[in-house]
Design a protein around this ligand. Structure first.
Ligand SMILES: [Cu+2]
Length: 145
């Protein structure tokens, strides 16, 4: 009777031991799963960035003595920015140095300007054609988020 009890105890011990081994095996296979998840995450980040780069932001703007209306433009990094600028009185200019933009705004005409907001930051644009006493303060701001 004692021998049978011992046998049962040994069997139980063996069974629980093999159960432990199984757990260890499943833990060993985890790093492989982690590696796959990291790859998926990397692709996911890429997808998030791409739609922003393709969007187009269009603005109608008025230039007049001595301001731009609107004077602040907010876009996202990567946006294609299209400005349709009309001068209401005399010839003005539109200059945005950081993006290589410079144009004359002849009175009575609508001038189309297009550039890509390729870097984040706050940038000043200004009138580049002398237009009178307030010329020096004829400025606006482009915010690229
Ligand atoms: Cu001016």
């Amino acid at each position: 009777m004692k021998k049978l009890l011992m046998l049962v105890i040994m069997m139980t011990a063996l069974l629980s031991l093999s159960a432990c081994q199984k757990e260890v095996e499943s833990e060993e296979s985890l790093p492989v799963n982690d590696a796959i998840e990291e790859d998926v995450k990397f692709d996911f980040d890429k997808v998030i960035e791409e739609p922003g780069e393709k969007s187009v932001k269009s603005f109608d703007m008025m230039a007049k003595k001595w301001e731009f209306v609107p004077s602040t433009i907010i876009v996202n990094k990567g946006d294609t920015v299209k400005l349709s600028i009309a001068s209401a009185d005399v010839t003005h200019g539109f200059a945005l140095r950081e993006f290589g933009v410079s144009a004359n705004l002849v009175a009575g005409k609508i001038v189309e300007i297009e550039f890509i907001a390729s870097k984040k930051g706050t940038f000043d644009f200004f009138c580049s054609v002398f237009c009178g006493s307030g010329h020096g303060s004829m400025k606006g701001t482009l915010v690229v988020e």
